[in-house]
Ligand binder design. Structure first.
Ligand SMILES: NC(=O)c1ccc[n+]([C@@H]2O[C@H](COP(=O)([O-])OP(=O)(O)OC[C@H]3O[C@@H](n4cnc5c(N)ncnc54)[C@H](O)[C@@H]3O)[C@@H](O)[C@H]2O)c1
Length: 441
């Protein structure tokens, strides 16, 4: 719409002075304006001609020519105007290698976990369509590089927001998705103090918009989505089990993930959607997230910049259950594979549906100081460290997953220890920034 703005603003005076038809005819002032602005009339004519040509030649909807409304919305999205054949790309991307494969919509596909999950699904023969709004929470160049990586694997990412209900229904018109892997979210604990609205926008409103589309779809897809270990908040019983209390979030991020779990419960209960929530524990690895400690520590250590290491009161240790990306991806795929079908159709529940929640962690918390010493060893650079007391910014002191439920029901068995995983991350980091922008190292 932004490209139409200059034309629309040019038309504004004409529209506002002619909205009341009577006034237009009787007011000599308006008549005077009309007569003596032939350029405005010319612009109006050109604008109407443009609209006519645009709709006349826009490609017909794949599944039904009667679905003009959503086609218009999608066609007006900036991405669609840049790429006329986005529908074709979407359909091709959703194609499965064999008849029995899944057709999965992966939201947040240009994100860290979304990229890895999409590649794994595609490589094993499933059809995958990505959706991502490429927001600038962290470097968009990295998201675009992941997009290129996915394109090489045959996965197309539609650029759009999960709050765009018309775009979502259009996607479900083009492809009958069997599953939705919902990873789009505003991540990060500390940023919630700067931009709280972005958490509500993506993690609450966006999730509801997506579930609305899923419940209306026929057939309804099964949904697997990313919750977070942060829902355990101030829970002090370790390791964290799915049965532990999750009603004491320490950050707005955690509160929106907890809200997501409750929202999932209601959509499962009312509409028969099959929904599985996965509580990820500090996922790390190649193509990771620049806002996470392992990533910015690497950057700062290489630049010779001081890094801040937090500790709790009385010098207590801050530790995380770091989980390597490949292990998390296996957990995601196992959740998709074991997901039962949704029972509703066209917005109506037809029976009880599956509702699950699992921890996906590594079960071995590592102190942040140890993380730094591993990085020093791998990077062969001594870090400039400053130890500080952890500020009250939403972070918790300690995370530790009990994964017995995921192991029993999903066959989930994390294999990668922190040193082995960081080795792969550092190798990727050096090659990515070394080849793309040396200044980042
Ligand atoms: N990485 C972790 O350690 C971790 C831990 C716990 C939970 N999670 C959850 O896992 C999921 C994936 O995390 P990640 O690390 O890949 O994060 P990420 O930020 O790399 O990926 C999220 C992607 O979603 C996109 N997005 C955000 N809001 C959107 C919207 N409204 N519409 C469309 N796209 C939108 C972003 O552009 C981004 O590419 C998230 O839900 C996150 O909250 C991650």
């Amino acid at each position: 719409m932004t490209q139409l703005k200059p034309i629309l603003s040019h038309l504004d005076p004409i529209l506002s002075s002619s909205t009341a038809a009577g006034k237009f005819k009787t007011s000599p002032y308006n008549l005077h304006r009309f007569r003596f602005h032939p350029r405005l009339t010319l612009w109006s004519f050109l604008f109407l001609l443009f609209i006519f040509i645009f709709f006349f030649f826009s490609p017909p909807s794949a599944s039904s020519s009667g679905k003009r409304r959503s086609l218009q919305t999608a066609a007006f999205s900036p991405k669609a105007r840049l790429s006329y054949n986005w529908e074709i790309k979407t359909r091709n991307s959703a194609r499965t290698r064999s008849g029995s494969g899944f057709r999965v919509l992966v939201t947040g596909a240009a994100g860290f976990v979304g990229t890895h999950v999409s590649i794994s699904l595609k490589r094993r023969g499933d059809g995958v369509v990505g959706l991502d709004n490429f927001n600038s929470y962290y470097e968009t160049g990295l998201k675009k590089a992941r997009k290129l990586l996915l394109e090489r694997e045959g996965v197309y990412i539609v650029e759009g927001d999960i709050n765009d209900a018309d775009l979502l229904s259009k996607l479900f018109e083009i492809v009958q998705f069997t599953h939705v892997m919902h990873l789009a979210a505003q991540a990060g604990v500390r940023y919630a103090m700067q931009n709280p609205g972005s958490y509500v926008h993506s993690n609450v409103n966006g999730f509801v918009t997506l579930l609305e589309t899923c419940k209306d779809a026929n057939p309804q897809p099964s949904i697997v989505w990313a919750s977070s270990s942060s829902v355990y908040g101030l829970n002090s019983k370790v390791p964290f089990s799915e049965k532990d209390r999750t009603d004491q979030p320490a950050s707005l991020y955690a509160a929106t993930k907890k809200a997501g779990e409750e929202i999932a419960h209601s959509y499962n209960h009312i509409y028969g959607l099959s929904i599985t929530g996965l509580r990820f524990f500090t996922v790390y690895g190649p193509w990771g997230r620049p806002d996470m400690a392992y990533y910015f520590f690497t950057k700062d250590i290489l630049r010779g910049k001081e890094i801040k290491i937090f500790e709790g009161a009385d010098h207590s240790t801050v530790a995380r259950d770091f989980t390597y990306i490949d292990d998390v991806v296996k957990g995601c795929l196992a959740a998709l594979d074991t997901a039962k079908r949704s029972t509703g159709s066209g917005g109506k529940k037809r029976g009880a549906a599956q509702l699950r929640i699992y921890n996906l962690g590594n079960t071995s918390p590592v102190p942040v100081a140890k993380l730094v010493s591993i990085l020093e060893k791998l990077l062969k650079v001594k870090a400039k460290k400053r130890v500080l007391q952890m500020p009250r910014n939403g972070d918790v002191l300690y995370t530790h997953a009990n994964i017995s439920l995921a192991s029993k029901e999903l066959g989930y068995k994390p294999k990668t220890d922190l040193e082995a995983g960081l080795k792969k991350f550092v190798k990727w980091y050096v090659s990515y920034y070394g080849s793309k922008k040396k200044s980042a190292i």
